[in-house]
Design a protein around this ligand. Structure first.
Ligand SMILES: Cc1cc2nc3c(=O)[nH]c(=O)nc-3n(C[C@H](O)[C@H](O)[C@H](O)COP(=O)(O)O)c2cc1C
Length: 191
């Protein structure tokens, strides 16, 4: 049975829900999966045992989370030897006009920065804009969110006072299945 690690960190929970959905899809494909919340874990287990690794992060003010970035940095060598996938949940990726730019700056550039030569799968999924009265965001965070939304409103509509969820679950599942097939197609690890 192939083994995949899904390591993620999430500031507001959207990437966490994506990671959980990814686990379900991978399991559905007959893969054994370990889910690792990089914000909670104090000790990273041996990651060399995995046939594939997915690393995810939410985006805030143009940045990955510190924890996911630190994971990429610390385990770069192992990550470069496995079937690797990187994903983000990003507000900009929700907007068709900003999507390619978001994919470039939050993923492609990172692949270049860390010099991953194993052709990682990358995908930017849309995010959640919670402007509802029950939102967990502070007023300051809501203000920033509105600025992102107002920077280019073409192609999508976000209602003030409401929660808008731009995560496309079909896209997330299709991408995960593609990744699963890539892992399944690799030679078994000699442990
Ligand atoms: C304060 C704040 C700043 C944000 N900044 C950005 C940003 O610079 N670019 C972007 O694409 N999305 C931005 N977003 C949207 C988030 O990426 C989106 O809500 C995502 O789903 C968050 O993932 P998380 O819940 O896993 O942290 C921001 C959201 C908040 C609340």
């Amino acid at each position: 049975m192939k083994k995949v690690l899904v390591a993620y960190s999430s500031r507001f929970g959207s990437t966490e829900e994506i990671a959980i959905d990814i686990v379900e899809t991978l399991e559905d494909e007959g893969i054994e999966v370990k889910l690792l919340n990089l914000r909670k874990i104090t000790q990273i287990p041996d990651i060399t045992i995995y046939d594939g690794i997915l690393v995810g992060s939410g985006i805030m003010q143009g940045e990955w989370t510190e924890e996911s970035l630190a994971f990429l940095k610390q385990y770069r060598e192992t990550l470069n030897k496995t079937v690797l996938g990187l994903f983000v949940s990003s507000g900009e990726a929700a907007n068709p006009k900003l999507y390619f730019d978001a994919r470039n700056k939050y993923l492609k550039r990172l692949v270049e920065k860390f010099e991953f030569t194993n052709d990682p799968e990358i995908e930017a999924f849309g995010g959640v804009f919670d402007l509802s009265p029950n939102s967990i965001h502070s007023e300051q965070e809501k203000k920033i969110l509105k600025q992102i939304i107002l920077s280019d409103t073409t192609g999508f509509i976000v209602n003030d006072g409401k929660l808008s969820d731009f995560r496309n679950w079909q896209k997330i599942r299709d991408w995960t299945r593609f990744f699963a097939r890539k892992v399944i197609a690799t030679e078994d690890k000699l442990l």
